[in-house]
Every structure is written in structure tokens, then in C-alpha cells.
Design a protein around this ligand. Structure first.
Ligand code: TPP
Ligand code: MG
Length: 786
């Protein structure tokens, strides 16, 4: 029996009307009724929401199962919130306060909304790709027997103009490589974007693209009314006319309504006998209804299509023809994206929906099916039967110390590879929960040893031919369902969206993963919006970005990163570190594995380097480890008469150490501050200031305690292989004069020494700054700049 049972469709049709009303009223309220509407006016939501109301009704009230996860097109948030309100999962207060302070969010948000948003959306394209990567994560868990309950469909409701975002196609290719399953993308084919009407024939491009990548394509073009009309005498002529009608014209006629449809149809095909009768049998209103009865507004067609797709696990792209602004006076108008309904138009809609003044928020006001029955229907909706759809997963114990074989000289990148190699030897829960991923830089970021031990992941075994043929190779490139590394193609957006999906596994699927992703530091900027998106959703992961800075000397400006330390500081949800030494890295990595799992924790970014530097010989005690995690420690404490201290981050440690040696010849008590995390120092400082302002007078930041050792009048010189603003604020903590050294201009090729000299971040540059900042005799080892 078909899923589209007649009585169901009756309920759904009633509730669809209610959803459209509630969404419209929510928007109208935000625009006209709140006491202060300052800055809260709604653009973009009204017409865009109406376009998806039928599809979302068919999905949420019929097709979805609790295990499914959905990314809702950003501008359909009022429809989403209205549906959750009907389910009893959204409050009236939040709807009344839509777009307001702590109200329902303008764009569905996992972290800010309280009504069960699966994936945040907002920056178009990202939510779409997120469903694909979530599906790959679901496969990863299934392959390892870690799935909890039935597999769900990962579903994106996609705007047709949203399909212009390149990251969608990057994801599509990656999905194909991994044998994507259980993913549905439902394209809201209203043929309108924000500015205008989209190009003709776009659906054909979509169709061939998706088929090429192994997806099923389901085109939902004609609704039941249209299909019935096509079967009438003259119906074929009507179908031909519809198929040939340009998007612009179809939209314009929809906007104008029944009279305009009649005139145009009669002018163009009215001399064809049967079709004339077909048209004339219908009133203006019926004709408008017929022409607007596209597949995406036809509940039975949608329900059937979704039911058929559920029966298999192939990925499906639905191209659902819709009308932007369906059911509203804005329908079809090319300018309707930012269109707002006037109070008079809302009154007209109110009358059509039989909503009495003062009863606008009532769930069943004006509907013809009795409320008790509607209530019972909603309670029985499959999607609404499972209490919590958000899962939780216990934390995985992290070993108290992460071992690493230290060598006298090494780089942090090398240390990272060795740390993972050591973890790879473990046979515990901790190692089993780690999953690594990298966009074609697995080997060059030093993950090779880990991958050799833990293999690449694929749903089916794939042997390494080189190994089979006994050709010596450093790397064992074998794929298996046991594998713990997800190899990606070179697309950094994909890396971050994959990390986002892996990093939400505990919440989406009830199984915790400890994701570690690697990439070259400069290419963070390539995937930055996706990184921001992952953090906004509170996905938890560790990012090892290496190599970084101009330290990557001969690679030149295209591969050297300057702004990334500032990104690390500014990105919410991401603690960033730039250690100099491998023993520091071991402490930080351990912290990161715990930080990713803590309720109030977050993700971690490690800015690493390929520069081999001499390692300190020391034992790591608890106090030092704590300081490293807090962001810094004195490598050489300044004396009471210090005139200058040097603060450095990361790979410039040798320059800073050498500079302190030079300066110390001619200045007293010079101090050397090792900064492991400018981000954590700064965040701690800001938090302490805020706490004191709020009356917590004893609040004290780590950086404040550290800089207590610096006498007044002493200069603070900071140096970093990145933008100088990273540490430029240090002097403000206690009001010390300061000079921030770093890189402000594009990098270039050269030796390390050439470049450090060029940017003034070598020992000489640091000493020069010290001389300029402090009174006293010239620093004798300073060479003249030449
Ligand atoms: C990355 C990004 N760029 C631009 C925007 C602004 N924007 C929001 S929706 C939209 C296009 C709307 O067209 P479509 O996706 O077809 O959805 P519709 O409004 O037709 O439902 C644009 C450009 C955005 N949200 N994200
Ligand atoms: Mg559109």
C-alpha cells in the first residue's frame, strides 16, 4: 500500500496550512508587532520558507524517522521552528522572539536553538556537505559495529541557488570515492535565487552531475492535479506548454494569478480545441491552483518519493519543483526574496486561514479536523516518537602521559608524527577511538607512521598493490573496515566538514570519536568558513597544521602562513597552540584529547613546524605542564632590574634564545618568556578582567602572574613567525612598553636565515629592537644593518 494514505494526506494538508501560517505570523510579528523591532526586521525568510513548507511537512510529519538527521536551508528556519512548535519542542516565547535576543534563531543553529536542530546552516552550501560527511561517519561506525540503532538518512534541504557553492561539488566527489550511502539532497527548485530568477535548464545540469556521481535522481515536477489534467483531452498540449515555459515567465504568471494564466494560455494554446475546454472548465482560482501544483507542493507525490527512496541505501537527489512564496501574495515575484508581507496582506491570509485575532499562536486554530485528533496525529508522527534524538557518549580515558622518544634536535611536526606513532602501538580504548583524516597530505604532515599501524578506512578491503608486488615502500596503503584513517582528496573545505561530522559523532550517533585532522597551515584559510562552521556547531576535533610561517623558507610566499595565529586566537571554539619543543607538544596533545571531550571544552589547533631545533633537556613536571597548557612559562625569569624581556612563540625559539644571549652582554637581568599559546593567554587575561569588573576582585590571569615578574619600565619584545599582533598586546597587561616583531608582508623564497633577517625576526632583529627600546650603551654584538 502506498505511504500516501488518504486520511494522512488530509491531516498533513491541514497541518501544512498551519505551518505556513505560523511561519508567516512569526515573521510578521518580528517585523511589525514587537515593541522594539530595531534591527530585527526579517529579510529573505518569508518567500523562501513558503517554498519549502510542503516538502518539510511531508518530511517531518511523515517521512522522517528519529534516526534521520537534517540540514534545513537557512531561510526555512521559520518553517522548521513552526514544525517543532507543533511537536511541542519549541516554545511560544522563542517564536515571539524570533531573531531577537535569545529567541528562535534566524538560521537553524545546533548550539543556539533549543528545538533539536541537527545541523546548523547559514553560510550556504556547508550544511549540504555536512550531511554527506555525516553519512560517511555513520558508515565508519557501522563498519566497526559501533552503530547505535538503525542507520538514518542524512538529509539536506537545498536551495537551487545554493547549488552554486563550489564546496558542494567538492563534497560530491569525495562522497563518490567513499561509496556514499543513505544521503538525500532535496533541491528546492523554485528557480529563484536572492537577486533573480535562475538560468533555464539548470535541472538538466544537476541531473547529469548527480547521475555521474552514482546518485539516483528523482525529479518531482508535476503534482497530482497537473498529472490528472495531463490525462484529460488537451492535457498533452498543456504539458508541452509548461515544459517550454521559461522560468521568468512561469514565475511572473504565478505572481499575477488566475486571470493572467488564463489570458496567456488562451493566447498561446487556446486555439487547440481540447486544451481550450480544459482551461475553460476551471475558474481563475482553480487554474491558478493547477498551475502552481508543482511536484514540490504535492504531498502525495512527495510522500511516495520519500517512501521509495527509503527502501534502498543509494544516495538520492530530489529535484522538487516549487514556487518561491507558495501560498502567499509574494509567490513567484522575482524580488520576493527580501519581500515582506504588508499588514493588509497578513490580514487577508488570516481570513483565509480562519485565525481569530488573539489566537494567532494557537496550534490548531482555524483547522477543520478536531484538535484532539490533530494532537494524537502529531504524537504518533514517527519522527516525534523518540524522546531525545541528541545522543551522549561517555568520555574516553586519556593516558596520563603521552610518550614520545625525544631526540636532541627535532621539529614539532616530527614530534607530532612520533606521538601518533606511539599512540598507534596502544591496544586500548583511547587509540581505538582516534580517527585521523587529511586532504592528501597524510604523509607530508607526518601521519604516515600512524596510518601504517592503523590502516586506511574503507567499507571494503583494498590491498596495497605495491605491498602485494613486494615493491619496497615506506608506507602501507591498505584500506579496510578496521582502518582508522579517512583519506581525502585535496579539498580543505572537505577536511573541515569531515572533522565537523567526526567531531559530532557522539551527539549525532551516540559514539564518541577522537578526530585528528592534518593540513598545511596556510591552507586553513582555504577552508576557513568550513572551520568556522565546524566550531559553530561545537564539533570537537584536533587540527595539526604544519608546516607554518616563513620558516617554510624555500617554499615561498604561496605556502607560508602569516595570518593563521590570529585566526587561531579569534576563532571561537578553538584553542590554539604554537609550541616550540616536542615535550611541550606532548603535554598539549594530551590536553587536547581531554579538551575535545569535556562538556565545556572545544577543539584544538596546533600550529606546528618542520624546523628542526635543539630540544631542552629537562623533566616535565606538573607545574611546567600546567603552565604550558595555560599558554606560557619563563624559560629565563627576568631579574629585579630587568630592562628588557623577550617573549617568543614556536619555531623562533632559537632566535629568541640567541638574542637574549646577545642582549644580556649589555643589559641587566634579561628575561625570556616561552609562549605556547597566545590564544589561551589572551583569553585568560580577558576573562580575568571581566571577572574583576563583575566583582570577583581576586580573579587573576596566568599572563598577569607571569608578567608580575617584569619590573615597571622594562620593555617587552615579542617575536612570532606570523602576524605581530599575535603577541603585540602583551605590554598592555601591566602597562609595559612593547615592540611586536613578526611577519607583515607576503613571504618569499630564501634560506631560513635570509627570511628571518629580511623580516627582522632573527636574533639581530630582536636585539636591535631591544637596543632601540632601552637606554644604555649600544649592544656590542649588534651588526650594522646592511
Ligand atoms: C556563503 C553565503 N553567501 C551568501 C549568502 C546570502 N544568501 C542567502 S540565501 C541566498 C540564495 C537564495 O537562493 P536559494 O538558495 O535558491 O534559496 P531560495 O531563497 O530560493 O529558497 C544567498 C545568496 C549566504 N547565506 N551564504
Ligand atoms: Mg531558489
Amino acid at each position: 500500500m502506498s505511504a500516501a494514505r488518504v486520511e494522512d494526506v488530509e491531516y498533513l494538508a491541514e497541518l501544512e496550512r498551519k505551518i505556513l501560517w505560523l511561519a508567516t505570523w512569526t515573521i510578521h510579528n518580528a517585523n511589525h508587532l514587537r515593541p522594539s523591532t530595531d534591527g530585527l526586521k526579517v529579510g529573505g525568510h518569508q518567500a523562501s520558507s513558503a517554498s519549502l513548507a510542503t516538502i518539510m511537512t511531508a518530511l517531518y510529519l511523515k517521512a522522517l524517522r528519529p534516526e534521520d538527521r537534517v540540514a534545513v536551508k537557512p531561510h526555512a528556519s521559520p518553517v522548521f521552528h513552526a514544525i517543532q512548535y507543533l511537536f511541542g519542542r519549541q516554545t511560544r516565547e522563542k517564536l515571539v522572539n524570533f531573531r531577537g535576543y535569545k529567541g528562535a534563531q534566524s538560521y537553524p543553529s545546533r548550539t543556539k536553538d533549543t528545538d533539536d536542530v541537527d545541523f546548523s546552516t547559514g553560510s550556504v552550501g556547508l550544511g549540504v556537505a555536512q550531511t554527506l560527511f555525516a553519512s560517511l561517519v555513520q558508515d565508519y561506525l557501522t563498519a566497526k559495529g559501533l552503530g547505535h540503532g538503525p542507520e538514518g538518512k542524512m538529509i539536506a534541504l537545498v536551495g537551487d541557488a545554493e547549488m552554486d557553492e563550489g564546496n558542494i561539488f567538492e563534497a560530491l566527489l569525495e562522497g563518490w570515492k567513499h561509496g556514499l550511502r543513505n544521503t538525500w539532497w532535496i533541491v528546492d527548485y523554485n528557480r529563484q535565487s536572492l537577486d533573480a530568477v535562475v538560468r533555464e535548464g539548470l535541472w538538466e545540469r544537476f541531473e547529469s552531475i548527480f547521475r555521474n556521481f552514482g546518485w539516483d535522481v528523482v525529479i518531482l515536477k508535476y503534482g497530482r492535479l497537473q498529472q490528472a489534467a495531463f490525462r484529460e483531452p488537451g492535457g498533452e498540449a498543456l504539458r508541452r506548454w509548461i515544459d517550454a515555459c521559461p522560468n521568468q515567465l512561469y514565475s511572473a504568471l504565478t505572481f499575477q494569478g488566475g486571470k493572467a494564466w488564463r489570458k496567456r494560455l488562451m493566447d498561446e494554446i487556446g486555439d487547440q480545441g481540447d486544451v481550450t475546454a480544459l482551461i475553460e472548465r476551471r475558474s481563475d482560482e482553480e487554474l491558478a491552483q493547477l498551475m502552481a501544483n508543482l511536484g514540490g507542493h504535492d504531498l502525495p507525490s512527495l510522500i511516495d518519493a520519500f517512501e521509495k527512496a527509503r527502501a534502498h541505501d543509494r544516495p538520492v537527489c530530489f529535484i522538487a519543483y516549487t514556487i518561491k512564496g507558495f501560498g502567499l501574495p509574494l509567490a513567484g515575484h522575482k524580488d520576493n526574496h527580501a519581500g515582506l508581507m504588508t499588514p493588509a496582506q497578513v490580514e487577508d491570509l488570516r481570513a483565509r486561514h480562519h485565525v481569530r485575532p488573539g489566537h494567532e499562536w494557537e496550534r490548531f486554530e482555524g483547522l477543520s479536523i478536531p484538535p484532539t485528533q490533530l494532537d494524537a496525529f502529531l504524537k504518533a508522527v514517527p519522527f516525534n516518537t523518540d524522546g531525545t534524538r541528541r545522543h551522549q557518549a561517555p568520555q574516553v580515558a586519556v593516558p596520563p602521559v603521552l610518550d614520545v622518544p625525544l631526540q636532541p634536535a627535532m621539529s614539532t611536526q616530527q614530534g607530532f608524527g612520533l606521538l601518533l606513532n606511539e599512540i598507534g602501538k596502544r591496544e586500548d580504548d583511547f587509540a581505538a577511538h582516534i580517527v585521523t583524516t587529511s586532504p592528501d597530505v597524510t604523509v607530508s604532515t607526518n601521519l604516515g607512521a600512524w596510518v601504517n599501524r592503523r590502516q586506511l578506512f574503507a567499507r571494503e578491503e583494498l590491498a596495497d598493490t605495491f605491498k602485494r608486488e613486494r615493491i619496497p615502500s615506506t608506507f602501507n596503503w591498505e584500506f579496510s573496515p578496521k582502518g582508522q584513517h579517512m583519506e581525502l582528496g585535496i579539498a580543505e573545505m572537505n577536511l573541515f566538514i569531515m572533522l565537523s561530522a567526526l567531531g559530532l559523532s557522539h551527539s549525532l550517533f551516540g559514539e564518541r570519536l577522537l578526530p585528528v585532522g592534518t593540513l598545511y597551515d596556510p591552507f586553513i584559510e582555504r577552508g576557513l568558513d568550513a572551520l568556522n562552521y565546524a566550531c559553530y556547531q561545537d564539533a570537537r576535533f584536533i587540527l595539526a597544521a604544519t608546516p607554518s610561517g616563513v620558516t617554510l623558507a624555500p617554499e615561498g610566499g604561496a605556502h607560508q602562513s602569516i595570518a593563521t595565529p590570529l585566526i587561531g586566537m579569534a576563532q571561537d571554539g578553538l584553542a590554539s597552540f604554537e609550541p616550540a619543543f616536542v615535550d611541550e607538544l606532548a603535554v598539549i596533545l594530551r590536553f587536547a584529547f581531554e579538551h575535545t571531550q569535556r562538556e565545556d571544552g572545544g577543539s584544538t589547533y596546533l600550529r606546528l613546524s618542520t624546523r628542526t631545533i635543539e630540544q631542552p633537556r629537562r623533566t616535565m613536571d606538573a607545574a611546567l605542564a600546567e603552565d604550558i597548557v595555560k599558554g606560557g612559562y619563563w624559560l629565563r625569569r627576568p631579574g629585579p632590574n630587568a630592562q628588557v624581556v623577550v617573549a617568543y612563540a614556536g619555531a623562533l625559539a632559537p632566535e629568541a634564545i640567541e638574542a637574549v644571549g646577545l642582549i644580556a652582554e649589555d643589559r641587566r637581568d634579561v628575561g625570556l618568556l616561552a609562549v605556547t599559546s597566545a590564544d589561551r593567554l589572551h583569553a585568560g587575561w580577558t576573562a580575568a578582567q571581566r571577572a574583576r569588573e563583575d566583582g570577583e576582585y581576586g580573579a587573576r590571569a596566568h599572563v598577569e602572574t607571569l608578567l608580575d615578574a617584569v619590573p615597571p619600565g622594562c620593555a617587552v619584545i615579542s617575536v612570532v613567525d606570523g602576524h605581530p599582533a599575535t603577541l603585540g598586546w602583551l605590554g598592555s597587561v601591566h602597562g609595559h612598553r612593547s615592540r611586536a616583531l613578526g611577519v607583515e608582508r607576503f613571504g618569499q623564497t630564501g634560506t631560513l636565515q635570509d627570511l628571518y633577517r629580511h623580516y627582522g625576526i632573527d636574533a639581530q632583529g630582536i636585539a636591535r629592537a631591544a637596543q632601540a627600546m632601552t637606554p644604555g650603551r649600544p649592544i656590542r654584538h649588534l651588526r650594522a644593518v646592511g
